[in-house]
Design a protein around this ligand. Structure first.
Ligand SMILES: Cc1cc2nc3c(=O)[nH]c(=O)nc-3n(C[C@H](O)[C@H](O)[C@H](O)COP(=O)(O)O)c2cc1C
Length: 331
């Protein structure tokens, strides 16, 4: 009998498949449906720093966190009306009464300005942990890399002052030195890193000749991003790692655990296959564990991290050469 239990940031998960923040984690009924289908835990739909910090009008006057584009201003007003902070706290309170899986709150943030006080209310409402979705796209070529990196540390230290529940940071992968950023952030006392945050894709509609968002859902091959970095760094990070992006079935979840992740946070596959697919993912994990005689997650967690590879850069270079010269016959 395979045992899928694991512990993420001190929270007991009955299995490592967590629902990442998305529309599927925005109401009590939807979370209950995920729980009924076997999910190990949930990260709630994010509230935005802008919602917490200011009334819509004052955001617009200050022009601080959003650009002064009128359509964007109108959208923020609309969003704030629809998504009252008290509703968010009530969602946490209600969920803690009605589900038994861990409930992680989520704030999407770009700065450490003011909003972090609100994390106390999130803790008081009963959230088991908090995940910060740091969504900072480095648009400004004049800003130095180290100034952008500092923002992440400021956000972490500011949030940590207000809460004692576990704190996770969901990171993008656009950094000058991603390895260093991950290792250094893991030393700040945070409990988890979610690798990675998937930024909205950029695309162009060539008929209207306008910018349009690219695919909202990930493709299965995008899993190579978390796999590579978790495999490279899992032995050196000082906190738990959750894998996100491109995990579309139970076998994908197995791959991330082999690299050293503690659990996965999924969204696209739930949108594509529905909540009932979670049961199938669990079956796939159990099937693989049985076939390979692994009785528990810890029996194979981190087996494929690269701590024992002497020179990963050299290995990568060798694979690159082999792969590209190996395809000459296709020309
Ligand atoms: C429709 C949709 C809404 C999402 N909303 C949020 C959100 O509010 N906060 C957040 O941190 N991530 C959000 N995400 C990102 C997911 O939590 C996840 O990190 C990302 O989609 C990569 O995982 P996947 O490949 O399984 O989709 C959203 C994803 C989707 C598809």
């Amino acid at each position: 009998m395979s045992d899928l239990k694991t512990t993420y940031m001190g929270l007991e998960l009955k299995n490592p498949i967590m629902a990442g923040s998305s529309g599927f984690t925005s109401t009590v009924d939807k979370v209950k449906e995920l729980e009924d289908n076997g999910i190990g835990g949930v990260v709630l739909k994010s509230i935005f720093e802008e919602q917490i910090m200011l009334e819509a009008d004052s955001i617009i006057k200050s022009g601080d966190s959003v650009n002064a584009d009128i359509a964007a201003d109108d959208y923020i007003k609309y969003y704030i009306q629809q998504n009252n902070l008290n509703n968010y706290l009530k969602l946490i309170e209600d969920l803690k009464k009605q589900v038994s899986i861990p409930v992680i709150a989520s704030v999407a943030c770009v700065s450490d300005k003011g909003w972090t006080d609100f994390t106390e209310s999130i803790e008081n409402a009963g959230a088991d942990a908090l995940e910060l979705n740091t969504y900072i796209l480095p648009f400004e070529s004049k800003i130095k890399s180290k100034e952008i990196e500092k923002k992440y540390f400021d956000i972490v230290y500011s949030a940590k002052k207000h809460i004692s529940i576990p704190l996770a940071v969901k990171l993008p992968y656009y950094f000058t030195n991603l390895s260093r950023m991950i290792i250094e952030l893991s030393k700040t006392g945070i409990d988890g890193l979610v690798l990675f945050n998937r930024f909205l894709k950029f695309d162009i509609d060539i008929e209207s000749i306008k910018i349009q968002p690219g695919g909202i859902f990930s493709a299965p091959e995008e899993i190579s991003v978390p796999l590579r970095w978790i495999s490279l760094l899992s032995d050196d990070v000082k906190c738990d790692l959750a894998a996100s992006i491109g995990i579309h079935d139970g076998y994908d979840a197995i791959k991330t655990i082999l690299t050293g992740a503690t659990c996965v946070e999924i969204a696209s596959t739930i949108y594509k296959n529905g909540p009932s697919y979670i049961g199938k993912m669990i079956d796939q994990m159990e099937d693989w564990m049985k076939r390979h005689s692994f009785k528990s997650i810890n029996n194979f967690k981190g087996k494929m991290n690269q701590a024992n590879v002497k020179d990963p850069q050299q290995l990568e270079r060798a694979q690159f050469m082999k792969y590209f010269s190996g395809h000459d016959e296709l020309v």
